[in-house]
Design a protein around this ligand. Structure first.
Ligand SMILES: Nc1ncnc2c1ncn2[C@@H]1O[C@H](COP(=O)(O)OP(=O)(O)OP(=O)(O)O)[C@@H](O)[C@H]1O
Ligand SMILES: [Mg+2]
Length: 237
Protein backbone atom coordinates (compact mmCIF):
# COMPACT_ATOMS: atom_id res chain seq x y z
CA UNK A 1 0.00 0.00 0.00
CA UNK A 2 1.16 3.51 -0.76
CA UNK A 3 1.74 5.27 2.57
CA UNK A 4 2.22 8.61 0.83
CA UNK A 5 -1.35 9.79 0.67
CA UNK A 6 -2.59 12.78 -1.29
CA UNK A 7 -0.14 15.69 -1.10
CA UNK A 8 -1.00 18.89 0.76
CA UNK A 9 -2.97 21.47 -1.19
CA UNK A 10 -3.08 25.27 -0.83
CA UNK A 11 -0.44 25.20 1.88
CA UNK A 12 -2.87 23.25 4.07
CA UNK A 13 -2.10 19.74 5.19
CA UNK A 14 -5.66 18.80 4.18
CA UNK A 15 -7.74 16.07 5.71
CA UNK A 16 -7.96 12.39 4.99
CA UNK A 17 -11.30 10.95 3.81
CA UNK A 18 -12.13 7.84 5.83
CA UNK A 19 -14.58 5.07 5.10
CA UNK A 20 -15.59 2.22 7.35
CA UNK A 21 -17.33 -0.60 5.51
CA UNK A 22 -19.27 -3.19 7.51
CA UNK A 23 -16.87 -2.95 10.43
CA UNK A 24 -17.27 -5.38 13.32
CA UNK A 25 -15.07 -5.45 16.39
CA UNK A 26 -15.42 -8.36 18.74
CA UNK A 27 -13.35 -8.71 21.89
CA UNK A 28 -12.96 -12.27 23.09
CA UNK A 29 -11.74 -13.06 26.55
CA UNK A 30 -11.76 -16.51 28.17
CA UNK A 31 -15.32 -16.26 29.41
CA UNK A 32 -17.12 -13.65 27.36
CA UNK A 33 -17.37 -12.26 23.91
CA UNK A 34 -18.17 -8.56 23.58
CA UNK A 35 -19.41 -7.11 20.34
CA UNK A 36 -17.99 -3.60 20.62
CA UNK A 37 -18.83 -2.58 17.04
CA UNK A 38 -21.43 -4.21 14.85
CA UNK A 39 -21.72 -3.56 11.12
CA UNK A 40 -20.65 0.06 11.23
CA UNK A 41 -20.75 1.84 7.88
CA UNK A 42 -19.40 5.34 8.06
CA UNK A 43 -18.12 7.82 5.53
CA UNK A 44 -16.18 10.79 6.79
CA UNK A 45 -15.30 13.49 4.27
CA UNK A 46 -11.87 15.08 4.13
CA UNK A 47 -11.91 18.08 6.44
CA UNK A 48 -15.13 17.12 8.22
CA UNK A 49 -15.53 17.75 11.97
CA UNK A 50 -17.57 14.83 13.29
CA UNK A 51 -18.86 14.17 16.80
CA UNK A 52 -19.42 10.66 18.16
CA UNK A 53 -21.89 10.23 21.02
CA UNK A 54 -23.46 7.32 22.85
CA UNK A 55 -23.74 5.77 26.32
CA UNK A 56 -20.80 4.30 28.20
CA UNK A 57 -19.76 1.00 26.64
CA UNK A 58 -21.45 1.73 23.31
CA UNK A 59 -18.18 1.43 21.36
CA UNK A 60 -17.05 5.05 20.96
CA UNK A 61 -13.42 4.51 22.00
CA UNK A 62 -13.33 1.28 20.01
CA UNK A 63 -14.48 3.20 16.95
CA UNK A 64 -11.73 5.76 17.48
CA UNK A 65 -9.10 3.05 17.93
CA UNK A 66 -10.19 1.42 14.68
CA UNK A 67 -10.14 4.78 12.86
CA UNK A 68 -6.71 5.48 14.37
CA UNK A 69 -5.32 2.14 13.20
CA UNK A 70 -4.54 1.15 16.79
CA UNK A 71 -6.94 -1.75 16.58
CA UNK A 72 -7.82 -3.86 13.54
CA UNK A 73 -11.50 -4.60 12.92
CA UNK A 74 -12.61 -8.23 13.34
CA UNK A 75 -14.42 -7.89 10.01
CA UNK A 76 -14.92 -5.17 7.42
CA UNK A 77 -12.68 -2.56 5.89
CA UNK A 78 -11.05 0.70 6.90
CA UNK A 79 -10.32 2.86 3.87
CA UNK A 80 -8.15 5.98 3.96
CA UNK A 81 -8.67 8.11 0.88
CA UNK A 82 -9.00 5.25 -1.59
CA UNK A 83 -6.62 2.74 -0.04
CA UNK A 84 -7.79 -0.19 2.09
CA UNK A 85 -5.72 -0.07 5.25
CA UNK A 86 -6.04 -3.83 5.76
CA UNK A 87 -3.59 -4.21 2.88
CA UNK A 88 -0.88 -2.34 4.78
CA UNK A 89 1.95 -4.10 6.58
CA UNK A 90 2.58 -3.44 10.30
CA UNK A 91 5.40 -1.13 9.36
CA UNK A 92 3.24 0.83 6.93
CA UNK A 93 0.55 1.07 9.61
CA UNK A 94 3.06 2.47 12.10
CA UNK A 95 4.18 5.04 9.53
CA UNK A 96 0.60 6.01 8.74
CA UNK A 97 -0.21 6.39 12.44
CA UNK A 98 2.87 8.51 13.04
CA UNK A 99 2.55 10.75 9.98
CA UNK A 100 -1.15 11.05 9.33
CA UNK A 101 -2.93 10.68 12.67
CA UNK A 102 -2.95 12.72 15.87
CA UNK A 103 -4.58 11.46 19.09
CA UNK A 104 -5.98 13.42 22.02
CA UNK A 105 -7.24 11.58 25.12
CA UNK A 106 -9.46 12.53 28.04
CA UNK A 107 -6.62 12.06 30.52
CA UNK A 108 -3.96 13.91 28.46
CA UNK A 109 -1.35 11.07 28.56
CA UNK A 110 1.61 13.41 28.95
CA UNK A 111 4.92 12.04 30.18
CA UNK A 112 5.43 13.37 33.71
CA UNK A 113 9.21 13.76 33.63
CA UNK A 114 9.32 15.62 30.32
CA UNK A 115 8.53 19.32 30.05
CA UNK A 116 5.94 20.62 27.59
CA UNK A 117 8.50 21.18 24.83
CA UNK A 118 9.87 17.64 25.09
CA UNK A 119 6.39 16.07 25.32
CA UNK A 120 5.36 17.83 22.12
CA UNK A 121 8.46 16.65 20.25
CA UNK A 122 7.75 12.94 20.84
CA UNK A 123 5.93 12.26 17.53
CA UNK A 124 8.81 13.88 15.63
CA UNK A 125 11.48 11.58 17.07
CA UNK A 126 11.08 9.03 14.29
CA UNK A 127 11.24 11.43 11.41
CA UNK A 128 14.95 12.01 11.00
CA UNK A 129 14.70 15.72 11.77
CA UNK A 130 17.53 17.68 13.38
CA UNK A 131 17.19 18.58 17.04
CA UNK A 132 16.85 22.21 15.99
CA UNK A 133 14.04 21.54 13.54
CA UNK A 134 12.18 19.37 16.07
CA UNK A 135 12.40 22.08 18.66
CA UNK A 136 11.29 24.80 16.24
CA UNK A 137 8.24 22.76 15.22
CA UNK A 138 7.33 21.99 18.83
CA UNK A 139 7.61 25.68 19.73
CA UNK A 140 5.30 26.57 16.85
CA UNK A 141 2.77 23.96 17.95
CA UNK A 142 2.86 25.26 21.52
CA UNK A 143 2.46 28.79 20.25
CA UNK A 144 -0.54 27.59 18.24
CA UNK A 145 -2.28 26.47 21.45
CA UNK A 146 -1.24 29.60 23.35
CA UNK A 147 1.31 27.94 25.60
CA UNK A 148 4.71 29.06 24.33
CA UNK A 149 5.35 30.92 27.58
CA UNK A 150 4.97 27.65 29.52
CA UNK A 151 7.09 25.44 27.31
CA UNK A 152 9.57 24.63 30.05
CA UNK A 153 6.85 23.67 32.53
CA UNK A 154 6.35 20.03 33.53
CA UNK A 155 2.81 18.53 33.43
CA UNK A 156 2.33 18.86 37.21
CA UNK A 157 3.09 22.58 36.90
CA UNK A 158 0.22 23.06 34.45
CA UNK A 159 -3.57 23.22 34.92
CA UNK A 160 -5.73 20.50 33.39
CA UNK A 161 -6.71 22.79 30.51
CA UNK A 162 -3.07 23.68 29.88
CA UNK A 163 -2.07 20.02 29.96
CA UNK A 164 -4.74 19.26 27.37
CA UNK A 165 -3.42 22.10 25.21
CA UNK A 166 0.07 20.56 25.41
CA UNK A 167 -1.50 17.25 24.35
CA UNK A 168 -3.16 19.01 21.40
CA UNK A 169 0.19 20.56 20.43
CA UNK A 170 1.69 17.06 20.53
CA UNK A 171 -1.16 15.74 18.37
CA UNK A 172 -0.76 18.45 15.70
CA UNK A 173 3.03 18.92 15.69
CA UNK A 174 3.48 16.46 12.85
CA UNK A 175 0.73 18.07 10.72
CA UNK A 176 -1.59 15.04 10.81
CA UNK A 177 -4.46 14.72 8.33
CA UNK A 178 -6.76 12.99 10.83
CA UNK A 179 -7.22 14.16 14.40
CA UNK A 180 -8.96 11.79 16.82
CA UNK A 181 -10.09 13.12 20.19
CA UNK A 182 -11.61 10.82 22.83
CA UNK A 183 -13.61 12.99 25.25
CA UNK A 184 -10.97 15.73 25.10
CA UNK A 185 -12.98 17.97 27.43
CA UNK A 186 -14.20 15.19 29.75
CA UNK A 187 -11.81 16.10 32.58
CA UNK A 188 -12.08 19.86 32.19
CA UNK A 189 -14.42 22.49 33.60
CA UNK A 190 -16.59 24.28 31.05
CA UNK A 191 -14.24 27.25 30.56
CA UNK A 192 -11.21 25.06 29.89
CA UNK A 193 -13.35 22.73 27.77
CA UNK A 194 -14.44 25.74 25.73
CA UNK A 195 -10.78 26.72 25.11
CA UNK A 196 -9.97 23.20 23.94
CA UNK A 197 -13.02 23.06 21.65
CA UNK A 198 -12.11 26.43 20.15
CA UNK A 199 -8.57 25.28 19.39
CA UNK A 200 -9.89 22.15 17.67
CA UNK A 201 -12.39 24.20 15.63
CA UNK A 202 -9.77 26.72 14.57
CA UNK A 203 -7.24 24.07 13.65
CA UNK A 204 -9.88 22.20 11.65
CA UNK A 205 -10.76 25.40 9.77
CA UNK A 206 -7.17 26.43 9.11
CA UNK A 207 -5.53 23.15 8.21
CA UNK A 208 -8.47 21.26 6.76
CA UNK A 209 -7.65 18.29 9.02
CA UNK A 210 -10.44 15.74 9.48
CA UNK A 211 -11.52 15.68 13.15
CA UNK A 212 -13.47 12.94 14.94
CA UNK A 213 -14.35 13.83 18.53
CA UNK A 214 -16.07 11.61 21.09
CA UNK A 215 -18.06 13.70 23.54
CA UNK A 216 -20.83 13.40 26.12
CA UNK A 217 -21.50 17.12 25.81
CA UNK A 218 -24.43 17.83 23.50
CA UNK A 219 -23.53 21.52 23.29
CA UNK A 220 -20.11 20.66 21.87
CA UNK A 221 -21.58 18.10 19.49
CA UNK A 222 -24.03 20.75 18.24
CA UNK A 223 -21.06 22.82 17.06
CA UNK A 224 -19.70 20.09 14.81
CA UNK A 225 -20.91 19.39 11.29
CA UNK A 226 -22.45 16.01 12.08
CA UNK A 227 -23.05 13.66 15.01
CA UNK A 228 -22.87 9.90 14.80
CA UNK A 229 -24.59 8.03 17.63
CA UNK A 230 -23.69 4.57 18.81
CA UNK A 231 -25.76 2.21 20.92
CA UNK A 232 -24.47 -1.25 21.82
CA UNK A 233 -21.89 -1.06 19.05
CA UNK A 234 -24.42 -0.15 16.40
CA UNK A 235 -24.70 3.13 14.64
CA UNK A 236 -28.18 4.42 15.41
CA UNK A 237 -27.90 7.79 13.67
N1 LIG B 1 -9.64 -4.58 25.19
C1 LIG B 1 -10.89 -4.98 25.43
N2 LIG B 1 -11.15 -6.26 25.79
C2 LIG B 1 -12.41 -6.69 26.02
N3 LIG B 1 -13.50 -5.88 25.93
C3 LIG B 1 -13.32 -4.59 25.60
C4 LIG B 1 -12.00 -4.07 25.34
N4 LIG B 1 -12.12 -2.75 25.03
C5 LIG B 1 -13.43 -2.48 25.11
N5 LIG B 1 -14.16 -3.57 25.44
C6 LIG B 1 -15.63 -3.66 25.57
O1 LIG B 1 -16.19 -3.13 24.37
C7 LIG B 1 -17.34 -2.33 24.65
C8 LIG B 1 -17.14 -0.95 24.07
O2 LIG B 1 -16.12 -0.28 24.82
P1 LIG B 1 -15.65 1.21 24.51
O3 LIG B 1 -14.47 1.47 25.35
O4 LIG B 1 -15.50 1.36 23.04
O5 LIG B 1 -16.91 2.06 25.00
P2 LIG B 1 -17.12 3.64 25.09
O6 LIG B 1 -18.34 3.95 24.30
O7 LIG B 1 -15.87 4.32 24.72
O8 LIG B 1 -17.47 3.86 26.63
P3 LIG B 1 -17.09 5.09 27.62
O9 LIG B 1 -18.07 6.19 27.34
O10 LIG B 1 -17.30 4.51 28.97
O11 LIG B 1 -15.66 5.49 27.36
C9 LIG B 1 -17.52 -2.37 26.16
O12 LIG B 1 -18.49 -3.32 26.47
C10 LIG B 1 -16.16 -2.77 26.68
O13 LIG B 1 -16.27 -3.49 27.88
MG1 LIG C 1 -14.52 5.52 25.79
Amino acid sequence: MNTHLAPPTNGKNGGVAVRLEAVDKVYRTEKIETVALSHVNLQIAAGEFLAVMGPSGSGKSTLLNVLGLLDAPSAGQVIFDDAAVSDASDRQLATLRNREIGFIFQSFHLIADLNALDNVQIPLLYRGLSHRERRARAERALERVGLKARMHHYPTQLSGGQQQRVAIARAIVGSPRLLLADEPTGNLDSKMGEDVMQILEEYNGESGVTVVMVTHDQRLADRTQRTVRLFDGRQVQ
